[in-house]
Design a binder for this molecule. Sequence first.
Ligand SMILES: [Fe+2]
Length: 379
Amino acid sequence: MLYHMPTAITFGAGALSELGGLTRDRLRSVRPLLVTDKGIIRAGIAEKVRPQLPAIPAFDEVEQNPKHTTVDRGGEIARELEPDLVIGLGGGSVLDAAKAIALLATNPGRIEDYEGREKYKVAPLPVLAIPTTCGTGSEVTWVSVITHTGRQFKMSIKGPLMYPAVALVDPDLLMTLPPHLVASTGLDALTHAVEAFTVKPASVITDTLALESLRLIFRSLQEAYLDIRKNAKAREGLMLGSLLAGMAFGNSDVGAVHCLAESVGSLYDTPHGVANAVFLPYVMEFNLEAAEAKYARIASVAGIEAGSQREAARRLIARIKEISRDLAIPSFRELNIPESDLTLIAQKSFANNSNPSNPREATAADYLDILRRADQAEA
Ligand SMILES: [Fe+2]
């Protein structure tokens, strides 16, 4: 059993005030580059950084499901500016882009040249990751997921030198997160924890992290959705749950839910958390025969009581469907995916690197079946 996660974590309400000190004293940076997106700028969150790091240059062009061309452009800018640190401030898309730009700052070529594991020749620049959503986990993982628009494919660029040096995790940054993003990113975190806990590479260490993450997320998600601005306890529980889920799946894996979500995201630009939330209960139904005991353990931390393991697992799946409804997650139908594309989605999901980790072996035909059941559920 190996557990490796070298990122230093600073967690707590108001932790953002430590940014200047962490940058200068811990990371000894004198020329940081900020990577963010226009939404963060509009929300005024980037302005909280500037007093601590005056005159920091910013690359703010990152979009949802970050594209290879955007990352290549960010890499060019980083090569011109020669920063000594990349600070990622945003959701999963921004943090993944920041990690990829840090790689391109010290390595030649384009990001697609580094698809796969440990393809970099030189260590990427250090990254300080500041999540502003409650789902990504990217602040504590070694992977950057970048969409290649030409291939309609989500590339994974990863390696042990791609862990952020520091994760600065401040639940107060969630205060201005709109409810639909609390819902989608919170359900991404829930999916991370469920999949990390049930996939084949899970270990006692990742199980421990995943179970505590699940306990926190079940306790906090709906309250946070209702009023994240006023509910500090729910904010903190959800942010910590998201962090622990990242620490879990980063060392075990994700499974069939993410295989489907990444396929759909690369084809239709569906928000990652929404795609996960849509597929989670249907994949759980498919996995039930292989993961029943573990689902029953999740049910118990979710406060679900049942007479048998099977009953507990079924009630858990029902609860997850109920949470998605409460949080106004669209149905599969509402994603408007053409029926004629389902076979392609199934094939892409089967080819995903994480497919072999799923607790139950899933063929392309199985994925098609899961898609059809999700499609018919709302009929
Ligand atoms: Fe995810």
